[in-house]
Design a binder for this molecule. Structure first.
Ligand code: SF4
Length: 251
């Protein structure tokens, strides 16, 4: 698929090819359901496609659709070393429940932590840099081995996600968003229909779960992401706003 599209466009710049491929895929998959989008991604990029998951409060639904298509697809789990112990336990629960066979835990570079966060206090004084060394750089490195990735973002989460396309360009890679069009009601219905376990912290009022220093109980009635970096202008960690062309790893 990727090769066919590249030839039809007749251009050789990787980012330009990716933008055109993404636009073609997005048009083709505009009415597709999550499973169809994942199937199309897997067909287009065999052996070169990864899933990125935080194993957070809503992650089970994307992982269920992935498992339905191919439980051996690589799943990259970004462990910032600031995650709740409940998230690590939930990862193990979902891996067993969905029989995912290639979940790769990606951690920050020890040398980057020693250099930039030796006192483990960066999350409280410079969150952009903290996300940079604990999420963005590690993921960029890990994705160097892939030509595309799958994310679990939804339009209903608001902010920069409101206009999310089913497929987009991410530098030289394609990024597939099979849940872009899903509503919160459909997400909850999938949890129920597939008997998916809930994140242990959801019952305590956490509707979006990330790192412990930056996750709080959100007010009722929002998109669910208000509890992330609550009170700050920051709404994204950086992995969805342009990965560097690094060759290292994390989420
Ligand atoms: S979410 Fe918070 S703790 Fe996690 S990497 Fe970003 S700033 Fe650091």
């Amino acid at each position: 698929m990727r090769v066919e599209l590249d030839q039809s466009f007749g251009v050789h710049d990787a980012a330009a090819v990716t933008r055109r491929d993404a636009a073609a895929f997005a048009a083709r998959l505009a009415q597709a359901n999550p499973r169809e989008i994942i199937e199309a991604a897997a067909r287009a990029l065999p052996g070169r496609l990864a899933v990125v998951s935080s194993f957070g409060a809503e992650s089970a639904v994307l992982l269920k659709f992935v498992a339905d298509v191919d439980p051996s697809l690589p799943v990259l789990f970004l462990d910032t070393l600031w995650l709740f112990k409940e998230t690590l336990a939930y990862r193990d629960t979902l891996v067993a429940r969905l029989q995912l066979t290639d979940v790769r835990t990606v951690t920050p570079s020890p040398s980057a932590l020693a250099l930039r966060d030796p006192k483990r206090d960066l999350a409280f004084r410079d969150r952009e840099t903290c996300c940079g060394i604990r999420k963005v750089a590690p993921l960029a490195g890990e994705l160097a081995a892939f030509d595309g990735w799958i994310s679990g973002r939804k339009r209903y989460q608001g902010g920069e996600r409101t206009a999310l396309a089913p497929v987009e360009a991410d530098g030289p890679r394609l990024k597939f968003n099979p849940l872009a069009d899903l509503t919160r009601a459909q997400l909850n219905a999938t949890f129920i229909a597939a008997h998916l376990p809930r994140h242990p912290l959801e019952g305590l009022g956490f509707s979006s779960v990330g790192c412990s220093p930056c996750t709080h109980r959100p007010p009722a009635g929002g998109t669910g992401r208000e509890g992330r970096w609550g009170g700050l202008a920051k709404t994204e960690c950086g992995i969805h706003t342009g990965l560097p062309a690094a060759t290292g790893a994390d989420s």
